[in-house]
Design a protein. Structure first.
Length: 209
């Protein structure tokens, strides 16, 4: 199937918008967790559309294809968590995304960065892991996963478990939990416990008194 036909199918199905077809490049992702269990996620970096990267690598990405990809930036901009987007060419978009979530609210960004409430009231923040076949495919099409994930917690939020490469210093008073991500081979994660989740359950509903 030619790239133009494939792209048309994707566009018509709207599966193009913020799905697993995007690869994060040159990014800074941050999750700030508050005492009440609310959080703010931000992503500042590149999103590369994998099928377009493959087409560009093969030399089959036409000017018409590029025009179509550029037009998609307007549709992406309409997504509630997308604040800025600019098409850079050859399937790459410069994006700034921001999401403010309530306690118990699940959120996923491009199926890679996730904030997931747990049954015990904790919150798990993860970066998805790809299998070797997918990782090899990213290398073949010229995708370059690189960036940082930073998780900051308000005083009183307890960190239950994590695999951060860098952690706060001086008894947790200075710094954040950080990961340098140069592939999706590993799976960064952190589990935190809010100190005062505003009398709501893990589904974001008001508890009965």
């Amino acid at each position: 199937m030619k790239f133009r036909a494939y792209l048309l199918i994707v566009m018509l199905g709207m599966a193009f918008l913020l799905t697993g077809c995007f690869v994060p490049e040159n990014f800074k992702a941050n999750v700030a967790v508050n005492n009440d269990g609310s959080y703010t996620f931000t992503y500042d970096g590149i999103l590369a559309f994998a099928p377009a990267l493959e087409a560009a690598k093969k030399g089959s990405l036409s000017q018409k294809d590029e025009a179509g990809l550029k037009q998609e930036a307007e549709k992406i901009r309409k997504q509630p968590d997308i604040k800025k987007v600019e098409y850079l060419g050859k399937g790459r978009y410069k994006v700034f995304a921001e999401k403010s979530g309530k306690y118990g609210e699940k959120y996923s960004f491009i199926k890679i960065f996730s904030v997931t409430p747990q049954e015990d009231g904790t919150i798990k923040i993860t970066v998805a892991k790809l299998n070797k076949r997918d990782l090899n495919m990213l290398k073949v099409i010229g995708a370059n996963v690189n960036g940082t994930l930073t998780v900051s917690v308000e005083k009183g939020v307890k960190v239950i478990k994590d695999n951060a490469q860098s952690k706060p210093k001086m008894f947790g008073l200075f710094g954040d939990y950080e990961w340098e991500i140069d592939s999706l081979e590993n799976s960064p994660f952190i589990i935190v416990q809010p100190s005062s989740p505003n009398n709501v359950n893990t589904h974001g509903q008001q508890k009965e008194k």
